[in-house]
Ligand binder design. Structure first.
Ligand SMILES: [Zn+2]
Length: 269
């Protein structure tokens, strides 16, 4: 069984435009193209899941403005629980009705939220993010952060491993999932500040960027019970992510924790 804890999908109406914009952003920043796998729709995601042996995908929508969360969370509720899709909700840290929005996310049965502080342009240690984390912890909601640099965004980085470490002064951290192995392309800092803390990592979009040795060392030192499999579909396909993880030399027990056991526990399946 494989649960992909980090995927994206857009409503059919806006998917095409969203994908064109996102791909163009990456070209602008990197000077190089990183084409998407599939169309960015829910159907396209499901097609890739079936083709690559993924049983369940967690969709992580992102509210990039203070006005988007209502429609995003409506879409999340609509797709949640159907055809192997589980959706998290989202909100923007600066929206005035953040508290009510979190309560509604909880009441509607979603298991957590996604915050992408590079798109949202807010620092992790700002009071607006800290109050969300405290409230989410109180409600039993998980928070997935995009962590480290984003391939399509300029510096400065808003969610660094060092800042994630500081956040543990405010919350326990066992309900936080730092995507991209704790901080994309900041893996020395992950080893310095995050390995051994209660914060969980996902494995999304690391193939081709992290060395197999460092990946394995982080899994071993941090503990495979705190790492969930993720792809960042449509930016990397499940087949590619699995191929990488299979190549690093983990035990069957570690692989099972990463592929599904931890996700089953988090999602209450
Ligand atoms: Zn992502």
């Amino acid at each position: 069984m494989i649960i992909d804890f980090h995927t994206h999908a857009f409503p059919d109406k806006i998917a095409e435009r969203a994908m064109i914009n996102l791909e163009q952003n990456i070209v602008d920043i990197q000077g190089k193209s990183y084409p998407a796998r599939g169309k960015g729709t829910v159907d396209s995601l499901i097609e890739h899941m079936r083709g690559d042996g993924v049983d369940i995908s967690v969709v992580l929508p992102i509210a990039t403005t203070v006005k988007q969360s209502a429609s995003i969370n409506r879409f999340a509720r609509e797709i949640n629980g159907k055809n192997g899709i589980i959706s998290f909700g989202s909100l923007h840290p600066m929206q005035p009705d953040w508290e009510k929005t979190l309560e509604e996310i909880k009441e509607s049965g979603l298991k957590g939220i996604k915050l992408h502080l590079e798109y949202q342009q807010v620092y992790l240690t700002s009071p607006e993010v800290v109050r969300i984390l405290k409230k989410a912890e109180e409600l039993g909601l998980y928070t997935v952060f995009h962590a480290g640099r984003d391939i399509g965004m300029p510096e400065p980085v808003h969610c660094k491993p060092e800042c994630l470490r500081q956040i543990l002064d405010h919350v326990k951290g066992d309900k936080i999932i730092a995507a991209h192995m704790g901080g994309w392309q900041s893996w020395d800092e992950v080893e310095k500040y995050l390995v051994g803390t209660p914060i969980m990592f996902d494995t999304s979009y690391v193939k081709g960027f992290i060395s197999p040795e460092q990946f394995k060392r982080i899994v071993r030192d941090h503990g495979s019970e705190k790492i969930v499999f993720g792809t960042d579909m449509p930016w990397q396909a499940p087949r590619e992510a699995v191929e990488f993880i299979e190549s690093v030399g983990l035990t069957d027990e570690e692989l099972q924790n990463i592929y599904f056991k931890n996700a089953v526990r988090i999602l209450d399946l």
